[in-house]
Design a protein around this ligand. Structure first.
Ligand SMILES: *[C@@H]1O[C@H](CO)[C@@H](O)[C@H](O)[C@H]1NC(C)=O
Length: 228
């Protein structure tokens, strides 16, 4: 994560790391790899992910020189492979704890912000401003309660901008209504699962804006698409 981020900052003038897609998703995706794919055998009830198990899942083996060899269609569940015990599931509090631990170990992973149109110009977003004072520094993300409330807040803050870039007119009004009828209750359930409550959560501010000082946070509605 740290290296990928450094690479993006050094090579992509438009690099932008928003709260959810830029911080939470990449960290949790990295945690998923071990948590979901590890082999939970009797010997390793908390899970063990060996390189050969990992490679087998994606259809890779090693040749005599130890180079990776991919064989199309040979992705498979490794031999003697066990999923985690039902009473040891990976749930929302584990996700938040994993994310908080990563912020504690690698604070630069948890900076919201981006390059200003040139490489190596990473500038952080003022967290206090976008979170209405809920979060004031990346160190606050090591508190799982504040973190959970911030995720909930930022999803609600970003939803209207994202939706208005895709929908318009009556349809937009309808989908915006879904924020209250669907998104907010879902986020409340997420808070309950995480055993946190966010009383008097201040209103967050979306950071995607056509006039953003971060070119990577400006929406384009026409022009060529990035091939990725
Ligand atoms: C986390 O933040 C909450 C809300 O501000 C606070 O009540 C709690 O004491 C904090 N927890 C820790 C471990 O600092």
């Amino acid at each position: 994560m740290v290296n990928r981020r450094r690479h993006s900052i050094a090579t992509n003038p438009l690099y932008f790391a928003p709260p959810f897609a830029g911080l939470v998703v990449p960290t949790v995706a990295a945690l998923f790899t071990f948590t979901i794919l590890a082999n939970h055998s009797a010997e390793y009830p908390r899970g063990c992910l060996s390189p050969s198990s990992f490679e087998s899942l994606w259809g890779y083996t090693r040749d005599a020189n130890n180079n990776l060899v991919y064989k199309y269609g040979h992705e498979r569940i490794p031999d003697n492979y066990y999923k985690s015990a039902i009473e040891d599931q990976w749930t929302v509090p584990d996700i938040l704890t994993g994310f908080a631990q990563n912020c504690l170990s690698y604070p630069s992973d948890c900076e919201v912000g981006g390059n200003l149109g040139t490489v190596n110009s990473f500038t952080g977003v003022n967290l206090g401003d976008i979170s209405g004072g809920l979060i004031n520094s990346p160190a606050d993300f090591t508190n799982t309660t504040l973190l959970g409330c911030f995720i909930s807040q930022s999803l609600q803050a970003e939803a209207p901008t994202f939706l208005s870039n895709v929908f318009s007119g009556v349809l937009l009004t309808q989908v915006l209504g879904l924020i209250t009828s669907l998104l907010v209750p879902t986020l409340q359930k997420f808070q309950l699962d995480a055993l946190i409550t966010c009383p008097s959560l201040p209103k967050g501010k979306g950071i995607f804006d056509a006039n953003s000082k971060y070119p990577g946070a400006r929406f384009l509605s026409q022009g060529p698409r990035n091939p990725f």
